[in-house]
Design a protein around this ligand. Structure first.
Ligand code: SAJ
Length: 426
């Protein structure tokens, strides 16, 4: 029975998993090659928002950069990033490096589980050939590979690594059973065995592409209903009263994060390599990627209706994070909003309480009093609590997340020019 395991990559996926496995009685080695992150962990501090320092300090996990310790481990779980490059091409470099370093040190009969998000085919056509060409292992004989796609939802108070259902695929029956035994011991949730690695890889890409196309659907509706003079946000709330067969998504100034705007590109690229063109997935990506400039164009239209322009206007970007109430700016639409504003000659200022080092102000009041307009990118609690009285009359507010829709009348009464993604009529 496996008691010693290693988790490779102490980020928002690997660290919670390592802490969970350790709490469940496994002897856990946490492998981290980033020196700064490793130093924090070894001194008992957490490098990620969702894990408190005490959890790290009180854990019995051995944090190390040393892959040699893998020799004594029956399971190695790889949780490293699988981003896209600036041309939206999948970047497997970190995963390949981690897989090689892990397999070189795993003993015969052990199991590698890949949790990083990959497109169908990566395990069979990239990782297994890499292992067999660079090490003496024969996958399915001396070493087994499983894929259990991560489903961490940063900032979610209800769903966490200990209770989220999982799916599993493997290169062999032994690999599947050993992985199933491992997750059964640490997770209170359903663990579904898929027929093979490709099915397990496909599940994650499908669940996140599902979310991306549904967000694109409501983003396109926001654009059309703004022409038709209908508030899409209210219409979605109405549709959501249907107790079945409707899942509400909401329009926004953009789709960010490490999953949703990234995962579809993995499938688009893999299918394209095999002669299939995912027109729908690509169109959804185009719609979602157009939202930052759509919002900035609406802000500019507001000024042009007054015979003015965004040129030299001091515009505040509220929020750098891709998601409310967390500090994560990966693929955040804020970057595109800043660029679109600068391209129109605006003087752009930024404020995000989770990124004070990248903000132009120390607090929200200073930010508002030093600017003429604001565009909300991230619905952080601190921003949603803004009262109309905290903005001077004549201030212009574009709400990219419909965060203030319910207070629209109060803002207007206070002399604030307010528009939102679902109601651009200022
Ligand atoms: N967004 C919208 N409209 C929506 C929902 C999201 O514009 O209706 C935007 C958000 O503002 C953000 C981006 O999309 O910029 C992604 O938001 P997200 O809520 O999907 O957050 P993520 O990226 O943390 O997604 C995670 C995913 N979890 C995993 O991949 C394991 C995703 O599968 C979950 O569905 C999602 O959390 C969730 O449900 O919260």
């Amino acid at each position: 029975m496996v008691t010693k395991i290693a988790i490779i990559g102490m980020g928002y996926v690997g660290l919670p998993l390592a802490l969970l496995a350790s709490r469940k009685g496994f002897d856990v080695t946490g492998i981290e090659i980033d020196e700064k992150k490793l130093a924090k962990l070894q001194s008992g501090f957490s490098p990620i928002d969702d894990v408190a320092d005490d959890e790290v300090k009180n854990s019995k996990i051995t944090f190390t950069p040393d892959f040699d310790l893998l020799r004594e481990c029956g399971i190695g779980v790889i949780c490293v990033p699988t981003p896209v490059d600036h041309e939206k091409n999948p970047d497997l470099s970190l995963l390949k490096k981690a897989t090689l370093a892990t397999s070189e040190h795993m003993s015969d009969g052990s199991l590698i589980i890949v949790e990083s998000t990959v497109n169908p085919g990566v395990c069979d056509e990239v990782l297994i050939p890499l292992i067999e060409s660079e090490t003496n292992h024969r996958v399915g004989e001396t070493l087994h590979i499983a894929h259990c796609p991560e489903r961490i939802n940063p900032g979610d108070p209800k769903w966490h690594v200990g209770n989220i259902n999982r799916v599993l695929g493997a290169s062999s029956k032994k690999g599947l059973n050993d992985a199933f035994d491992f997750y059964s011991k640490i997770i209170d949730g359903e663990i579904m065995k898929m027929a093979n690695l490709k099915e397990a890889e496909a599940v994650k890409i499908v669940e996140n592409s599902f979310r991306d196309i549904n967000i694109a659907f409501v983003n396109e509706l926001a654009r059309s209903f703004n022409v038709l003079g209908i508030n899409i946000h209210n219409v979605i709330d109405g549709a959501a009263t249907k107790p079945f067969a409707f899942m509400p998504h909401y329009p926004g100034i953009g789709v960010g994060g490490h999953c949703i705007p990234v995962d579809p590109y993995y499938l688009i690229e893999y299918a394209n390599d095999h002669g299939f063109d995912h027109k729908f997935l690509k169109l959804a990506r185009q719609i979602n990627e157009s939202m930052p400039s759509y919002c900035v164009d609406n802000l500019e239209r507001f000024y042009s209706r007054k015979g003015e322009s965004l040129k030299q206007k001091r515009v505040l970007v509220l929020g750098l994070s891709y998601k409310a109430n967390i500090g994560d700016s990966r693929e955040s639409p804020s970057k595109n909003v800043v660029k679109a504003l600068e391209d129109k000659g605006a003087i752009v200022k930024k404020f995000d309480p989770f990124f004070l080092d990248q903000s132009d102000y120390k607090n929200l009041n200073d930010a508002i009093s030093d600017t003429q307009a604001a565009i909300l990118v991230t619905a952080h609690k601190e921003f949603v609590e803004i009262e109309p009285g905290s903005m001077p009359s004549g201030y212009v507010l574009f709400d990219g997340r419909d965060a203030f829709l319910s207070k629209k009348d109060a803002f207007t009464a206070a002399g604030i020019e307010y528009a939102s993604i679902s109601d651009v009529s200022m």
